[in-house]
Design a protein around this ligand. Structure first.
Ligand code: NAD
Length: 351
């Protein structure tokens, strides 16, 4: 695949490359679309085996951010950065300072935050070199770990999905199966327990299993959780878990979880529809994190405003379900249409 052809075919605006051998930094920043505003997205630190793998990963991830922000009603575009390094071994202050200069060189067209392999503390180093970084630690005036808001948004999404499925958004007595009991799932669990839901959880990390059990969740094996009998299945660990193999075995009525890219292939949305399972599209329901950091861009972070905007995930998901019904498409396709229509309207207004 040729990079420029790939970018043109997928509507990418810009790809920036930076090397700084003295700081051990090799990085890419992909800016997919800035129609709605500056591009916003996290910095992934990952040791991809080849540059080509890294490039296509960062390009695809930046496109996904355009859709996530557009559908969430944010005035931000999609961007993503990738530092080719091992997050467990290679991270240094020099690396993140150099990376900050890279972000600064784009003059605000890209605003960064944490992602897989990076932390608010890594980015606090970058913040010494650029203003265009958000999601900084609370003690540095930032919004801190976004998982709490992501968990809250996911809870609002579950209520909207319950209303669409069962006619009421009351989750009392509903059983929710959680694949993964990490940061987002544990924040979600607090809301669910408060609403009177029952939890079943599985995690590969025994300490997380213990934490879930201490909160009153029943425990399931990691190989059993997807096929657990439940009302709502919440994939909160890995991508690609909904696929040709797992879908026939599902015993849930609704899927609503935090993990990115839950569908392994686009056809899996149709497979779920055929099985009569209501799928709440991942990037609609897990937008709380990006909504939260967006309230830090160019202003003092306002948690109340971020929470009010995150609560609107409920309304967005209702629109997704209504559009899927009206147009006879899957909920995943309806989510994409909502994002694309907002982008098209903004482009038309500009023209
Ligand atoms: P996390 O690392 O805190 O939690 C993930 C948990 O999944 C861990 O406890 C891990 O042990 C467990 N796990 C890994 N493989 C598993 C398996 N095969 N079976 C069961 N459990 C397994 O991550 P998080 O911040 O809670 O995020 C969860 C998911 O949501 C990720 O896919 C992430 O990309 C996505 N997401 C997170 C945010 C956020 O704000 N944190 C925002 C959007 C999307």
């Amino acid at each position: 695949m040729q990079i420029l052809d790939f970018m043109e075919a997928n509507g990418h605006e810009q790809l920036a490359v930076w090397t700084d051998p003295g700081a051990g930094l090799r990085a890419f920043i992909a800016i997919h679309d800035t129609t709605l505003g500056p591009s916003l997205g996290g910095t992934r630190v990952w040791p991809h085996p080849t540059e080509e793998d890294a490039l296509f990963d960062v390009l695809r991830l930046s496109q996904a951010m355009t859709y996530k922000s557009a559908a969430a009603g944010l005035d931000f575009g999609g961007g993503k950065a990738l530092i080719m390094a091992d997050p467990r071994a290679d991270k240094t202050e020099a690396m993140f300072r150099s990376y900050g200069r890279f972000v600064e060189s784009l003059g605000g067209r890209y605003v960064t935050t944490e992602d897989v392999g990076s932390t608010p503390y890594d980015l606090a180093w970058s913040a010494r070199e650029t203003r265009h970084v958000v999601g900084l630690p609370v003690e540095s005036g930032g919004s801190g770990n976004p998982s709490t808001m992501t968990g809250y948004g996911l809870y609002e999404a579950m209520r909207a999905a319950a209303k669409a499925r069962w006619g009421s958004d009351d989750l009392a007595g509903r059983t929710v199966a959680l694949q993964g009991f990490g940061n987002v799932a544990s924040s979600l669990a607090e809301h669910l327990l408060g609403a009177g839901a029952r939890l079943v959880a599985a995690d590969v990390d025994p300490a997380k299993v213990e934490r879930a059990a201490a909160r009153g969740a029943a425990v399931a094996g990691v190989d059993e959780i997807l096929a657990q009998e439940c009302d709502i299945l919440a994939p909160c660990a890995l991508g690609g878990v909904l696929n040709e193999r797992s879908i026939p075995a599902l015993r849930c009525e609704v899927i609503c979880g935090a993990a990115n890219n839950q569908l392994l292939a686009p056809e899996d949305a149709e497979r779920l529809r055929e099985r009569g399972i209501l799928y709440a599209p991942d990037y609609i329901v897990n937008a709380g994190g990006v909504i939260n950091v967006s309230f830090e861009v160019g202003r003092e972070y306002d948690q109340g405003a971020a929470r009010a905007k995150t609560a609107q995930i409920y309304d967005t998901l209702e629109r997704v379900f209504a559009m899927a019904e009206e147009r006879g498409v899957t909920t995943a396709a309806a989510a994409d249409l909502i994002a694309e229509e907002r982008l098209a309207a903004a482009r038309a207004a500009r023209a």
